[in-house]
Design a protein around this ligand. Structure first.
Ligand SMILES: Nc1ncnc2c1ncn2[C@@H]1O[C@H](COP(=O)(O)OP(=O)(O)OP(=O)(O)O)[C@@H](O)[C@H]1O
Ligand SMILES: CC(=O)N[C@H]1[C@@H]2OC[C@@H](O2)[C@@H](O)[C@@H]1O[C@H](C)C(=O)O
Length: 374
């Protein structure tokens, strides 16, 4: 791989397999790890039902047969989708989080970047979160440095916020007036709370469906306000930012709606996701000019309307700013991979609570695994 300097347009490919367990997103961006110059092709590879069951079986586990089998599913799916791209110089591979306990056992993303480097014949940056956790950080969210670059890309001249509605929600406050993302005050980021994961789990358990398409079920239900009020008493909402969450940190929420009808349960879980965003907006150091929403939840009009009702600023999908909300996280790991290759930081006290700006990620080159095993 060539040495990367400021102004070099590297075609980097990023891949993300998120907490909602729907599939793998992959996207190309052109960047030097500082500036985003442009975007390239993208692709999506859904997990089959059988694969998803294997991933679900590994949730909350750190090791063992289930995790090993699931890691193989992750590697195979990634090798398949990533091999479709051409003229790639570097890959950023997030892997699949099964367990996240930054103040305890750590964080673990399944899937080996070394195996992928071998399979694809390309350098792969992976294990993005461990070193942040080692230095006292939450290990998540990591997209904020990319959000900072995007704020510059879209020419923002006032503080704004990005909200990702994946399985879990995360929010990044960006002040584009700063030159670098690691500058104190440039970023404040944190996980807002559960977003789509509890809704998906409900739909799966009660109706055998993967998601509440278009929020159609929630739209016909009534919100159980007492459940939402109780939900907001969770310790997460009393913690300072930065803070992060395990996918199943709110497992009780499923039980809290167990007596409700399908529609009321869907409406209530959707309202909980929106209430966590409203609580998160209160943590922004200054009111952002707008809230740009990325991730699958922006396709749910019921969730979007509830979020807009709880915010004091305009709320819009990132497409309004010319960005791609389905691929932003995959792009983020392409961006972060280039930063890792350049030895630049990928998180800072404002984004993960890490003690000082730190670069996360391991770079594996093709051939290394053969040498290690030989
Ligand atoms: N048309 C839709 N209607 C309702 N919900 C949708 C729709 N499209 C996507 N979603 C929700 O968004 C989820 C996928 O979101 P996304 O791909 O952003 O999550 P992820 O990347 O897996 O999660 P994370 O950001 O937590 O890692 C789906 O599982 C579903 O719950
Ligand atoms: C530990 C982990 O995988 N966290 C994910 C998860 O999914 C959303 C939210 O929780 C966020 O903190 C993070 O992903 C995004 C891509 C991030 O690191 O920015």
């Amino acid at each position: 791989m060539r040495r990367i300097g400021t102004g070099d347009r590297i075609r980097a490919l990023g891949a993300m397999s998120g907490t909602s367990l729907d599939g793998v997103d992959a996207a190309v961006i052109e960047t030097d790890g500082e500036t985003v110059f442009g975007f390239g092709e993208s692709a999506y590879r859904p997990y089959s039902e059988g694969e998803r069951d294997m991933l679900r079986a590994a949730l909350g586990r750190w090791e063992g047969e289930e995790v090993e089998a699931a890691a193989e599913v992750v590697e195979t799916a990634h090798a398949e989708i990533l091999s479709r791209f051409e003229d790639i110089e570097l890959i950023g591979f997030h892997g699949q989080t099964f367990a996240h306990d930054p103040k305890g056992r750590g964080t673990h993303q399944a899937g080996s970047g070394a195996i992928l480097a071998e399979a694809l014949g390309l350098p792969v940056v992976w294990d993005f979160r461990s070193s942040d956790v080692r230095f006292g950080g939450e290990g998540a969210p990591l997209a904020p440095f990319y959000h900072f670059a995007l704020a510059k890309f879209i020419g923002a001249n006032a503080p704004l916020a990005f909200l990702n509605l994946g399985g879990v929600g995360n929010l990044t406050f960006v002040d584009p007036g700063f030159a670098r993302p690691e500058a104190e005050g440039a970023l404040l980021a944190f996980d807002t709370g559960p977003a789509n994961a509890p809704i998906n789990d409900l739909m799966q358990a009660r109706l055998g469906l993967a998601q509440d398409e278009g929020g159609a079920l929630a739209a016909t239900g009534e919100v159980a306000e007492a459940v939402v009020a109780h939900f907001l008493q969770h310790p997460h909402f009393f913690r300072m930012a930065p803070k992060s969450l395990d996918r199943d940190a709110f497992a009780d929420l499923g039980r809290a709606v167990s007596e409700l009808s399908d529609a009321d349960a869907a409406a209530t879980l959707t309202a909980c996701a929106a209430a966590s965003v409203a609580a998160g907006m209160e943590l922004c150091p200054t009111p952002p000019a707008r809230l740009l929403v990325t991730g699958g939840g922006r396709h749910n009009p019921v969730m979007m309307a509830m979020i807009a009702a709880g915010c004091d600023c305009p709320v819009a999908p990132v497409e309004d700013a010319g960005l791609d909300g389905d691929m932003m996280e995959a792009q983020a790991f392409a961006y972060l991979a280039v930063r890792v290759a350049r030895g630049m930081p990928t998180s800072a006290p404002g984004s993960t609570g890490v003690r000082a700006a730190v670069g996360g990620g391991t770079l594996s080159r093709p051939g290394e695994l053969a040498v290690a095993l030989g």
